[in-house]
Design a protein around this ligand. Sequence first.
Ligand code: FES
Length: 129
Amino acid sequence: MKGLTRRMLLTASLAMIGGKARGQSRSVDIDISGLAVDELMMIERGGARLAVRRLSCSAFLVLDTNCTHLGCPVQAIASAHFAFRCFCHGSQFAPDGAVLRGPAERPLPSYSYHRISRNKIRVLLDRPQ
Ligand code: FES
């Protein structure tokens, strides 16, 4: 290990996680062929926990499902009042990620994506919004 710095190891680890070379965006490709309008898919990919909701034939909402309070994973809930709940401390989030009940104070971040084929979207994990 002599000669390897912590920075070198971290850079190599991050490159392996994202499968990308230095200077490129970290992204994941998601098969959306089985996702109907208004359906939600919870997935873990590329080190990220995501909720992908199909809003229309061509529009999607991709949310990070790590609670913005202290980072526990939120669960999808079929409810008329909220869509995601964190069981660590009880935060609740709307379908668009907005906070409905704390202690979380910030909405679930969303990610940009673009369609790369009829059945796939590429989610850009480097720039949550
Ligand atoms: S980590 Fe989710 S409410 Fe605390």
